[in-house]
Design a protein. Structure first.
Length: 293
């Protein structure tokens, strides 16, 4: 007849003393860093997606013509041509007085001289797949027309955000691997410390799987306890940082806010770490008992 170890033996195998407090503290620190890294990765991934959706089909058409009358005729023809194209959602010519005001810090009052040519800037918004057709149509109106893609201006920012997201994902994986390593060390230490107790359990008929479940329960509890504390602190910090980002009001940084599904994933991280720790403890116990006991 095989005897299932009870909760008293469970408490004896992994003492609730200093070692347990160290384990809980380590898991708390790891979950704190993991939640922050995951939030960073989710935020920048969402920001990259917003940049792709928001700027993929945005164009700036620039017309430079020294002759003011010819410039105005070509600008009117260009706006009419672009508005008539299928799929074009928005065509707006930039206000020239506003352009002059923007140039004043560099050119002074000379920038307002009517004899100086003022370029025509037209904002165009189209579906991304129609961008090339719109560019070709704009350039066919007059020679010297320049078309800039808004996405091209932000390409370095996008690459930086994508790299930052990859680094954050790498940090999560590294911390998870480190947590698994800590669990393995704690489990092996428990096996070595309570070898005699485990031998008695074997003589009483306990199986390796039953003993492994003792370690699994204790490791899962410690991981959940420490991980929940670390995750709560990290989530509070994330809420504070997100509130500060909203106050900044930047279009790019504002896209790093987290959606409800992102918050749900962050809240589930302590559970995921507990499952990881449970699996690592089980593997460590079964291998050690199979090879040594």
């Amino acid at each position: 007849m095989r005897l299932a170890p009870d909760r008293t033996i469970d408490r004896q195998l992994l003492d609730r003393g200093q070692h347990a407090r160290i384990m809980i503290g380590i898991m708390g620190i790891m979950l704190f860093l993991t939640v922050l890294s995951a939030a960073l990765g989710l935020g920048v991934t969402r920001a990259v997606g917003d940049l792709d959706r928001g700027f993929a089909g945005k164009l700036v058409v620039q017309l430079v013509e020294p002759d003011a009358r010819l410039r105005d005729r070509r600008a009117a023809a260009l706006v009419g041509r672009l508005k008539a194209m299928p799929g074009v959602r928005r065509v707006v010519e930039a206000d020239r007085d506003r352009l002059a005001a923007l140039l004043r810090p560099w050119l002074g009052d000379a920038g307002l001289d009517p004899d100086l040519p003022m370029p025509v800037l037209i904002d165009v918004e189209v579906p991304a797949e129609r961008a090339e057709a719109v560019i070709a149509a704009a350039r066919s109106v007059a020679a010297g027309i320049r078309v800039d893609r808004s996405a091209a201006w932000l390409a370095p920012v996008r690459r930086f955000l994508a790299t930052l997201g990859a680094v954050a994902a790498g940090l999560v994986l590294v911390i998870a691997a480190a947590a698994a390593g800590v669990v393995l060390l704690v489990t092996r230490a428990g096996l070595d410390t309570h070898r005699d107790t485990i031998e008695v359990l074997h003589m009483l008929g306990s199986t390796d799987h039953q003993i492994a479940r003792l370690f699994q329960r204790r490791i899962a509890f410690d991981t959940l306890l420490g991980g929940a504390a670390g995750a709560i602190l990290a989530l509070a910090l994330i809420v504070l940082l997100q509130a500060r980002l909203v106050q900044i009001g930047s279009g790019i940084l504002g896209g790093t806010g987290l959606a409800p599904v992102d918050w749900a994933l962050l809240i589930l991280l302590p559970v995921a770490f507990a499952l990881l720790a449970t699996g690592a403890a089980r593997i460590a116990v079964l291998r050690a008992l199979a090879g040594q006991l």
